[in-house]
Write a protein that binds this ligand. Structure first.
Ligand code: FBP
Length: 305
């Protein structure tokens, strides 16, 4: 196993020792400990999509403890969730897995592309979290406010020794296809770095180029974006030329082989891992455990079978 942890940590010129320690905790937790790779388990879909749309396919998943115990059993690097979910299990599962408090959330009952603040640094410290998470929607009419909120939260989080994770999801001003277009995701990932995030979370981009002012240079400069691996490489480049940890979201539930192909591309392109929710809890527990195991083998560069 190649130990990339030090190499990654050295890229963070981070003064706050507790923040550095929390980054170390994250990189040394779960079955990918010490590899420089991560798999984070996010469960905020009850907010984003509603409980029944999220959990009725696997009714055990209505229970927050199902998720935390699943993340531990699967050997995930961390569990990320909104306030109520972490509150419901942080004592029972204390010190069993790192927690990341998701500090804002959207919901699909409303139509606007915005998020409500649902947690803060004080909550994260009270719940023994190692970090905070936040979503921005680059391109939405509220994107400037969301960016300002993210930077303010991260400032406070770093003062308190917490790590910061930014979900950067383009939304609003572009076409639906454009939300995952390579030129748009690259822009969104870079902005997340500029907001000071330690860890950047984006959707895996497609080869589609949204028709906007960033499109032409892709053609003119012959930027390589044909394969998923090339696109992951570009996103890592946009993230301070590889100086930041970048994880890619799993997205809607899909079959094992499609998801594993994505993971192979993330690994080959130098991505740091995955953040995968629905592809776990919308499968029976054993099947999900098996899937995560296969993902871990890929990120570990070990025999997949
Ligand atoms: P998934 O693996 O379920 O896609 O989770 C990742 C995530 O970022 C969640 O944290 C969030 O709730 C969800 O995706 C948002 O998905 P979408 O943008 O498709 O509504």
């Amino acid at each position: 196993m190649i130990n990339l942890e030090k190499e990654i940590l050295d890229k963070y010129e981070e003064n706050e020792q507790n923040t550095k320690n929390n980054l170390k905790v994250l990189l040394n937790s779960g079955k990918l400990a010490g590899t420089g790779k991560l798999i984070i388990y996010p469960v905020d879909q009850g907010f984003e999509h509603g409980p029944d749309r999220s959990f009725s396919i696997n009714p055990d998943a209505y229970d927050p403890h199902y998720h935390i115990s699943f993340a531990i059993e699967a050997g995930m690097s961390a569990f990320a969730a909104p306030l109520g979910m972490i509150e419901s299990g942080y004592i029972s599962y204390s010190n069993k897995i790192p927690f990341i408090l998701k500090c804002n959330s959207s919901n699909s009952l409303g139509s606007i592309k915005d998020q409500a603040i649902t947690g803060n640094v004080k909550d994260a410290l009270r719940l023994n979290c190692i970090g905070v998470g936040f979503t921005i929607y680059p391109g939405s009419e509220f994107n400037f406010k969301l960016i300002e909120q993210a930077v303010a939260l991260f400032r406070e989080a770093k003062d308190a020794g917490l790590i910061t994770v930014l979900w950067s999801y383009p939304r609003g001003s572009m076409s639906k296809k454009g939300e995952t277009a390579i030129n748009i995701i690259s822009y969104a990932a870079h902005m997340a770095c500029l907001c000071g995030a330690h860890i950047i979370k984006v959707k895996l981009p497609t080869a589609y180029l949204e028709d906007d002012p960033t499109k032409d240079v892709f053609i003119k400069n012959n930027i390589k974006i044909n394969t998923p691996e090339e696109r992951v490489k570009l996103i890592k480049k946009s993230c301070f030329n590889g100086r930041r940890i970048v994880v890619f979201s799993g997205g809607e539930a899909k079959n094992d082989s499609d998801l594993l192909d994505e993971v192979r591309a993330i690994n080959a392109g130098g991505g740091n891992g995955s953040i995968v929710g629905r592809n776990c809890f919308q499968r029976p527990r054993e099947k999900a455990l098996n899937l995560i195991n296969q993902m871990i083998n890929i990120y570990n560069n070990t025999n997949e079978n």
